[in-house]
Design a protein around this ligand. Structure first.
Ligand code: SF4
Length: 63
């Protein structure tokens, strides 16, 4: 599984960081989420799914 964040949609709520801090971080500059890795290891897939569902802006996609 791979994941991406649509930077033009992200509003910096930080719910993704709470769901999966192993992959999601918030930028100090614009407050938007960025990824430490776009590759999701199997053990983090459930957490990333939680981040997708929890994002209020639907800014996170997996593929
Ligand atoms: S939860 Fe969604 S809108 Fe909020 S920081 Fe994460 S990706 Fe951006």
């Amino acid at each position: 599984m791979r994941v991406r964040v649509k930077d033009d949609v992200c509003q910096g709520h930080g719910m993704c960081l709470l769901a999966c801090p192993e992959l999601f971080q918030l930028s100090d500059e614009d407050g938007h989420a960025y990824l430490l890795s776009e590759d999701v290891p199997p053990e983090l897939e459930a957490k990333v799914d939680q981040a997708v569902r929890g994002c209020p802006e639907q800014a996170i996609e997996t593929y």
